[in-house]
Design a protein around this ligand. Sequence first.
Ligand code: NDP
Length: 292
Amino acid sequence: MKLLDGKKLSLELQTEIAAEVEAHVANGGRKPHLAAILIGDDPASKAYVGHKVKACAKAGFESSLIEREGDISQSELLDMVRELNEDDSIDGFIVQLPLPSHIDNQAVIEAVKPSKDVDGFHPENVGRMALGLPTFLPATPGGIMTLLERNGVKTTGMHAVVIGRSDIVGNPMTTLLSRNAEPGNCTVTQCHSRTVDLKSHTLKADLIIAAVGKPHFVTADMVKEGAVVVDVGINSIEDSSRKSGRRLTGDVDFDNVAEKCSLITPVPGGVGPMTIATLLQNTLRARLASKR
Ligand code: NDP
């Protein structure tokens, strides 16, 4: 078994991005500027946004973190989005999900100008991705594709099983793996909570993408010998050996599955850092595409 080391690759990508930014600035360009809207005080969301802001600084980007209380109204949030749409100093921005339950996520996603939608969630960008047109790929699936590509995993002809059908991971992952490209060209089976006999599908998979949100959901008896396993899950579980009493773990029973598969992503240090690197790539791309 070999690790698909997302942390290492993410650092390499961030170095490449920083060099591009330096060259752009040396040619008289402005630094890319990413803004992030964070609503409420969910500790996980705070941590994710914190990582993104830190990564911006390392890559030579400007960043702005805009924090508001969880009781913000939908119309106030939509006004903030419109302001960022019109702000020429911002190249791209994200609204950290999940949003409080009184806010309509979709209305917020659709309010973001597609040319600044570096999360790749706007229906226009989702449609462009589905058609194989240039666009911002959603950061997590986009990062997984890069992780496979840069580790020399040839996916053409593989039978891939994606577990999950969320708009931010499972669905775009299915689209990208089945596109006519390398990486891609997979025969994809997409599973979800209504799938009957999930194990009968995963046992046939050359590539498993687990995006379920349940700790250690994918067990060794569900995995074919030699499969490639990508664990998207980030779950906080109790661990009395830690000072905090908790630790992060994935959707895959890593210790037992690792013995069976050829390649596997760790959690943490796998998909998470790739998500951040892809967000930076998207923002740099927004900056370079901008006439401002
Ligand atoms: P969602 O909760 O939106 O989707 C989970 C999916 O898993 C759903 O489609 C659900 O099916 C499916 N599912 C649930 N139970 C089962 C089951 N018993 N059998 C088969 N399928 C099942 O989660 P996300 O896609 O947003 O995230 C998934 C995980 O990835 C989470 O742990 C999240 O924290 C993590 N994540 C990590 C990121 C990273 O950067 N590493 C980025 C984004 C997410 P159904 O549709 O039928 O309900």
